[in-house]
Design a protein around this ligand. Structure first.
Ligand SMILES: Nc1ncnc2c1ncn2[C@@H]1O[C@H](COP(=O)(O)OP(=O)(O)OP(=O)(O)O)[C@@H](O)[C@H]1O
Length: 827
């Protein structure tokens, strides 16, 4: 199903503004309704507070049943109270006046269920058509019923609210007039109407419907942009609404050019899914965003829709707990690290790291100290003095290659010395590593095979003919040897618990990496990757790049996390987000405490729905990382291939298919550009033609009449020109100005803009992804395009960030013509 052919209602609907008198009286009507809503909300808040109080009193009764009931009640009341309070701002935003429904049936909220009007809703007569408004619904952020359970406000996500978004003059259904109400707190500030059945307006039985304003969409689009995205709940368009309300049974894929509302739609969809099936999505919704900047930009949208707590919005570089990406790799390094070839390299590294000199892949636990206190000068450990089960004195020791894993295991048992030499140890290691199980989880098996080998070498199996006696003796033998500190030390050194970071750091050694990536990476790639990892310390501490994080995540899987002893319970994010952080629940206190590792593991695997924004940018390794978080999830994947900064779309496509599995897919295309005025969209489409010939550009919904400006900045004048243009644009627009440069000029660009205030931001080309500004300065298109094989597509992104004004500053590489238009932007 595709949502093509959006009808731009606001441009086509005739309007009939009868001046301030009508406007004022319409505002008064809506104000009266809003007053009623607030009155009712106050009653509801008192109710919720009473429930909280009552529940707290029950807590004093003290039986487990009463405590559990109290907890449940406190929780429900707290959530309710929190929602009511948080959604007070701009609570009510829409109204529809409707004809009677086709079958006369009404839903649980009292509204007609049919989208189509009743057959006799419009009566044709000699004086023209006549009809009556059968129902008026107000739409808001959550539903409110009056004391008699009649709807005062319909939740925007309820089926009854759908006609507010879906109806167009071409297919108006039952809607005669759609009104967007602008309010702040308790005050109605204005109304904007669209008349969807203009032919009926004058012949309604109750008198003509007044129509006010210029249409809500245009009013919304014309507003200045701040540093955060606003919700679009009052002006969602029909093709967007189809995506938001699509059933979540499988994979919903959404494509659309810049500014078509993909990010906005994805976030509103998260809110919609929670509304539809809160229980199912209690498992959490994960929204993956390309950059922390975009996360910060979009973070306020869901709370403004009354939803948080169940939705985690994360940058792709922050998906692994405790690993926050703070740097970018060069495009060449990113290309290697993002490629699925790295999987083969990491598999080898995860197993190969067991052989590393201690300290090179700093293992955790006691083996992290390079030598143990009982090391003898020759590097061999011998431990004497422990009694074995039969009066002998078993003991354990290790022969350590200086700086490497131990090469000999020596124990004393049954009064004799037993040794396993390097060859035998190697064979045991190979045997244990035979399968694909995570390396750290194989340690118990390694321990068992060592004990098997020692037992055989001791000759004991020959001494016991009675299997029962043999089993008993063996048990004692295992216990005695395992309880020795030195055997444990040997094990820690020979089969250390590897951390993902330490293995990653070990890959910074070029010779080692070359061994692990034989026939996978070429020598140049090995050098580049090893160098880039050189910034990590020996145990992997230090700045991670966005692409390192996906490698770390893969290593977490390849290495595995052994079970840990229980740790103290961490604060539950849900507690904080629902405002109940000060309360612990009875269930919390009696249930077994979960370890940090378990919680992290659960978080990694447990999302009920995964929303991927800017999906076109994900590398194969990132798809694997995200796929692991949505193994049992339903998905919404939004993106635009024409904006992809990844160089090999086919390889990424395969990884995406693997992550999404065989679930059925439903595709939508968004076709209208709500961000860029036509003048900017037209310029950007020149680059689109170069980057992805044949790809249709989305249709810009408005025009400002202001053409993009071209300014020369060659001969070292780039910075001065960019600053001058930023200053000019700051004076021309009310909101924000973004200055977009090639990634390697980021620091420089920040210098250029020093002292210009926080309305202006310097951005590397990759950081501009998904963001928007009132005005942008794009500095040297050629530099951005030459940055990587995907450079033209990245330039397309840079050129499509502005809502009002665009200035292009050309540099030495741009070959500008006499009007300073760079060659890439000429016809
Ligand atoms: N129905 C709408 N009503 C009002 N504003 C809208 C609507 N749809 C989109 N917008 C606005 O258009 C702008 C672009 O939306 P958004 O960032 O979601 O687009 P996108 O498709 O994700 O763009 P890109 O691919 O360039 O990142 C935002 O300012 C958004 O608020």
């Amino acid at each position: 199903m595709a949502a093509h052919n959006a009808t731009h209602d606001d441009r086509t609907a005739p309007r009939e503004d009868r001046g301030d008198g009508v406007r004022d009286s319409e505002i008064r009507i809506e104000q009266a309704h809003l007053d009623r809503v607030y009155h009712r909300l106050e009653e509801k808040i008192h109710e919720a507070e009473f429930l909280m109080d009552d529940a707290a009193k029950r807590g004093q009764v003290g039986t487990p049943g009463a405590l559990a009931e109290r907890d449940a009640q406190v929780f429900r009341a707290g959530v309710h109270l929190n929602r009511l309070n948080s959604e007070f701002e701009d609570f009510l935003f829409g109204r529809i006046d409707l004809l009677p429904g086709k079958d006369g049936r009404r839903g649980p909220d009292g509204a007609y269920t049919s989208v189509e009007p009743a057959d006799d809703a419009i009566r044709t007569g000699p004086d023209g058509d006549r009809a009556e408004i059968a129902e008026t619904l107000h739409i808001g952020r959550i539903g409110v019923l009056d004391a008699e359970y009649a709807p005062l406000v319909i939740d925007w996500r309820a089926p009854a609210a759908a006609p507010f978004y879906r109806s167009t003059p071409v297919a108006p259904g039952r809607v005669v007039r759609r009104r967007v109400i602008r309010s702040k707190g308790r005050r109605v500030l204005g109304v904007e109407d669209d008349l969807l059945r203009p032919e009926l307006s004058a012949t309604l039985d109750g008198g003509a419907l007044p129509v006010v304003g210029d249409g809500a969409l245009m009013a919304a689009l014309g507003q200045a942009r701040g540093h955060t995205m606003r919700d679009i709940v009052a002006s969602i368009q029909a093709e967007q609404d189809q995506v938001i309300r699509a059933p979540a049974a499988s994979v919903t894929e959404v494509e659309g050019g810049p500014g078509t509302g993909k990010t906005a739609v994805a976030l509103h969809r998260a809110a919609y899914l929670l509304y539809q099936d809160r229980r199912r999505y209690a498992g959490g919704i994960l929204v993956v965003s390309p950059t922390p900047l975009l996360v910060a930009y979009t973070e306020g949208v869901l709370p403004s829709l009354g939803e948080e707590g169940q939705v985690a919005i994360r940058a792709v570089g922050s998906l692994v707990e405790g690993a926050e990406a703070t740097t970018y790799d060069t495009p060449a390094v990113a290309r290697v690290k993002g490629s699925s070839r790295m999987l083969r390299v990491l598999r080898k590294a995860a197993r190969g790291a067991l052989e590393l000199p201690r300290g090179a892949a700093a293992p955790t636990g006691s083996a992290s100290s390079p030598t143990s206190p009982s090391s003898a000068d020759n590097g061999q450990l011998t431990v004497d003095g422990a009694l074995d089960a039969h009066g002998g004195r078993p003991g354990a020791g290790s022969g350590a290659r200086p700086g490497g894993p131990p090469e000999r295991l020596r124990v004393v048992a049954f009064g004799a010395r037993i040794e396993l030499e390097a060859e035998e140890l190697r064979a045991i290691r190979q045997n244990v590593l035979g399968g694909t199980a995570p390396v750290n989880l194989l340690r118990p098996r390694a321990r068992r095979l060592l004990l098997d080998a020692l037992w055989t070498r001791s000759g004991a199996p020959r001494r016991y003919t009675d299997p029962e006696l043999a089993a008993e003796a063996r048990e004692g033998f295992d216990e005695d040897i395992s309880s020795e500190d030195s055997f444990q030390e040997f094990l820690d050194a020979w089969w250390p618990e590897l951390t993902p970071r330490s293995v990653l750091a070990a890959m910074a050694d070029e010779r080692r990496l070359s061994r692990w990536s034989r026939r996978v990476l070429n020598p140049r790639e090995v050098r580049q990757v090893a160098r880039s990892l050189g910034r990590l310390g020996p145990d992997g501490q230090g700045a991670l790049s966005v692409h390192d994080v996906a490698l770390l995540d893969e290593l977490i899987t390849l290495l595995g996390t052994p079970a840990r002893p229980a740790a103290a319970r961490e604060a539950d994010p849900l507690d904080q987000l629902t405002g109940l952080d000060e309360l612990t629940t009875y269930a919390d206190r009696v249930s077994p405490r979960r370890s940090r590792a378990e919680r992290a593991e659960r978080e990694r695997a447990d999302y009920a729905h995964v929303i991927v924004d800017e999906a076109q940018d994900l590398t194969p390794m990132q798809w694997r990382m995200i796929g692991r978080r949505g193994r049992h999830a339903t998905w919404t994947v939004v993106g635009d291939p024409a904006q992809s900064s990844w160089s090999d779309p086919d390889e990424a496509g395969r990884a995406r298919d693997e992550a999404l599995g065989s679930r059925p897919r439903r595709r939508f295309t968004l076709t209208v550009n709500y961000r860029n005025p036509a003048e900017i969209a037209e310029l950007a489409s020149k680059v689109l033609t170069l980057a992805m010939p044949g790809t249709p550009a989305p249709e810009a919904v408005r025009s400002t009449g202001v053409a993009p400006r071209f300014v020369p900045g060659a001969d070292g004048g780039l910075g001065a020109a960019a600053r001058r243009e930023a200053v000019r644009l700051l004076a021309e627009v009310d909101g924000t100005v973004g200055v977009v440069v090639a990634m390697n000029r980021r620091a420089q660009a920040r210098q250029w803009l020093t002292g210009l205030g926080d309305r202006v931001v310097a951005l590397g080309s990759l950081e501009a992804k998904g963001l928007e500004y009132d005005a942008t300065v794009v500095v040297s298109p050629a530099e951005i395009a030459d940055e990587s094989p995907a450079g033209l597509r990245v330039l397309y992104v840079a050129l499509t960030r502005a809502t009002q004004r665009l200035t292009v500053v050309s540099g030495d590489r741009d070959e500008p013509d006499g009007n300073a238009v760079p060659d890439l932007l000429r016809d």
